[in-house]
Design a protein around this ligand. Structure first.
Ligand code: NAP
Length: 408
């Protein structure tokens, strides 16, 4: 089911998180489930148009379609066929539509499997208000956050056993016999591992990102007051990287004693998770880059998205030392599937991050400008049209508007 790329395409190389991009890079894509095929198709057309507009034919993406999700299961019996896995490992860079994951039972999340495959250890989600959205905040223009979430450790490793299972019984009795820890017989058991090396590599990436993108503050989010040797250690290890590897770039909140941040320095602080949630609502402009462990990062990303009124317009990047996967923050929105009404902006935002990762900044900026113009002229899909009180555009028609705005 893997489609061969157009002739002349060449693989990108990714080393230590840095992508080297030939003029005709092979870029993988998975259309995904639900609304995925519609929004990914439009996104590819928008990306191709931006590349044409930026480079006038001297660069071109050679797209390679991969099979995954519901359709792959029908065609091959597997939601993540082996040849899809092999192509991801070989070509390293992937634009992905949303994939369905059942709650409580069934198969393991394909998104998590793909992240693990390329060891994409950092999930980066920018959340910035766009004028016109209906935010629950009075001053939503203050929201301009980048969430950097650890992607491979913590409870998302999925190490857990059902309450009645043999493994849970054995673990309960081991804990009782060995450590005098008594756990009720009807308890399922999950394990929360958090490691120093996994914490420090994502902290390093977040700090570099903050420095390279001229951000002001990095905040380490954790629940270290309660989970001292996992979340508390995350805080300690993250500070250690800043002290040892970026001593000239950061100033620590504790050292400032209420004074101003010296010019040219970034502020590094930390917040307990529950406080972090209320702070991004009451004082969003005090926060900028938020570095979070896996579970906290998942929650805070959607909470931050809600502040701007619509998570349908947010994209995310999953980055590692040897590859990247780019996607929308939202899921498959099954009720809109096949109706040409879904907003493609989430995947388009993901694709912009992909272009920047590839070093194709000009193309990413052309998309950014076209999106801003479309919003300013109220040419939008139904999710935004309902706030603007205008007639909505379909998914495809919105894509055509973006392409037409690139030449103006
Ligand atoms: P969802 O698919 O994000 O949809 C929730 C709601 O968000 C929709 O009902 C719709 O709201 C709005 N929405 C989302 N995307 C939109 C778009 N492009 N345009 C317009 N509106 C959009 O969340 P879910 O229903 O919880 O999850 C469905 C499936 O997606 C699950 O199987 C889940 O596991 C999966 N999922 C996958 C990913 C991924 O692949 N990365 C991420 C999240 C969830 P209104 O009803 O208000 O219009």
């Amino acid at each position: 089911m893997v489609t061969q790329p157009a002739a002349g395409g060449q693989p990108v190389t990714v080393e230590n998180g840095k992508c080297t991009t030939p003029s005709t890079p092979i870029v993988l894509y998975i259309e995904g489930d639900g609304i995925g095929p519609e929004i990914v198709q439009v996104t590819r057309a928008v990306v191709d148009a931006s590349v044409r507009a930026a480079y006038r034919g001297s660069r071109q993406i050679s797209w390679m379609r991969l099979s995954a999700g519901q359709q792959a299961e029908i065609d091959t019996g597997s939601r993540l066929p082996k040849e899809t896995e092999a192509a991801i490992l070989k070509y390293k860079i992937l634009l992905k539509g949303p994939l369905e994951t059942p709650v409580g039972e069934g198969f393991r999340s394909l998104n998590v499997q793909i992240r693990m495959l390329l060891d994409l250890y950092a999930n980066i989600r920018p959340v910035k208000f766009m004028p016109g959205l209906e935010s629950p905040l009075k001053r939503p223009e203050k929201v301009d956050l980048i969430i950097v979430r650890e992607n491979t450790d913590d409870l998302y490793r999925g190490i857990e056993w059902e309450s009645a299972s043999k493994e849970a019984r054995e673990l309960r009795s081991f804990l009782s016999n060995k450590f005098k820890v008594e756990i009720e017989n009807d308890s399922g058991i999950g394990i929360k591992p958090m490691g120093k090396s996994k914490t420090q590599r994502v902290a390093r990436l977040a700090y570099k990102y903050a420095i390279d993108n001229s951000r002001r503050v990095v905040t380490i989010m954790h629940k270290g007051n309660i989970m001292k040797y996992t979340e508390g250690a995350f805080r300690v290890w993250a500070y250690e990287v800043a002290r040892n590897e970026f001593p000239n770039q950061f100033v620590f909140e504790g050292d400032l004693k209420g004074g101003p941040v010296p010019p040219g320095k970034l502020l590094l602080n930390d917040r307990i998770a529950d406080n972090m949630f209320q702070q991004i609502i009451t004082r969003p402009d005090s926060y900028d880059v938020i570095l979070a462990p896996n579970l906290n990062g998942d929650y805070i990303s959607d909470a931050a998205g809600a502040l701007i009124g619509d998570i349908g317009v947010l994209g995310g990047a999953n980055i590692g030392d040897s590859g990247g996967m780019f996607e929308a923050v939202h899921g498959t929105a099954p009720k809109y599937a096949g109706k040409n009404v879904a907003n493609p902006l989430g995947v388009i935002r993901g694709a912009q991050m992909m272009l920047r990762f590839m070093g194709w900044m000009e193309a990413a900026q052309i998309i950014e400008d076209a999106v801003e113009k479309s919003i300013a002229s109220k040419q939008v899909t139904q999710d935004l049209a309902r706030y603007f009180g205008v007639t909505p555009l379909g998914t495809k028609e919105y894509g055509s508007v973006l392409v037409s705005l690139m030449d103006k």
